[in-house]
Design a protein around this ligand. Sequence first.
Ligand code: GLU
Length: 279
Amino acid sequence: MVFATRFAPSPTGHLHRGHAFSALTAFEAARAVRGRFILRIEDIDATRSRPEYEAAILEDLTWLGLNWDQPVRRQSEHLSDYHAAIDDLRERGLVYRCFRTRKELDIGRAPHEPQAPFEGGPLPCHEEAERLTRDEAFAWRLSLAAAKEALGGFETLTFIEEGAGPDGEAGPIAARPETAGDIVLARKDVGVAYHLAVVLDDALQDVTHVIRGEDLFEAAHIQRLLQALLGLPTPTYRHHRLLMGADGKRYAKRDKAQTLRELRAAGVTVAALRAEIGF
Ligand code: GLU
C-alpha cells in the first residue's frame, strides 16, 4: 500500500507553531517517499468547532506551502458512519449505557487528581429501564471486560512505534488499553468520541502512518483496541516530540500561543518560521 499520512486538526482555535511543526513533519515524511498527505478536519465536537477556524486552518497550511489530497474529509459529515460502528459494537455487547454525570464520577476526587479510569459496567436491567423511562442522558462506554473476553485477552494487541513515546517508547509496543478504563464512545452532546472517529477514518483513508505529537501516544493504546474490535488494520505510529517555546513549555491553544496568523501579520516569512522550528 502506498505510504499515506495525515494531519488531523480540530477546528477549535487557530494554529500555532506546534501545529506547523506537526503538519510539516507529516507532510515532509510523505513527500520524501512520494506518498500521500491527507488533511482531515476533526470537527465532531460541535460545541467547540467553528467553520471560521477551519477556513483559517486551510489558509495557514496553504501559506506554509502544504498541499493535500482532495476532497478534505470533514468528520461532522460522516456521523452516521461512526454511529453504525457503535451500533455494531452494541449488538456484540461490547458497549453499555452509563448514566453517571461528570459530577457523580468526580465524587471523592481531589481537584488536582486526574480522573480515575472508570470500569463500572452496566446497571442492573431494572434500574437502566427506569432511567431510560425518565429520559435521563447517558453515554455509551466501551466495556474492557467484554472486549477482553471477545479478543481472548489483550496480549496480541501490539503496534509499531517508529518515532517515540514521551518516555522513549519505541519499536514493537504492547498496547495497554486497560489503563484508560471503560472509555466513552458517544455522549449526548458529542455524538461520537475522538478515538472511534480516528480509527475509522484512518482505515477508510488508507492511512499507513500516523504521524502526530507524543501527547497522543497514550491514545494509540486505546485506538489499537478499537482497531481489533472493529476488524480494522493498524497503521504504523510515528509520534514526534513536542515543540517547546522559549519558556520551556509546549505550545498550546489554551495558553494563547502566538498563532501562525499573528506571526504572518507581524511579517514573519515561511522560510524564517521553518528555520526556527527546525526545517
Ligand atoms: N484531532 C486531534 C487533535 O487535534 C488529533 C488526532 C490525531 O492526530 O490522531 O489533537
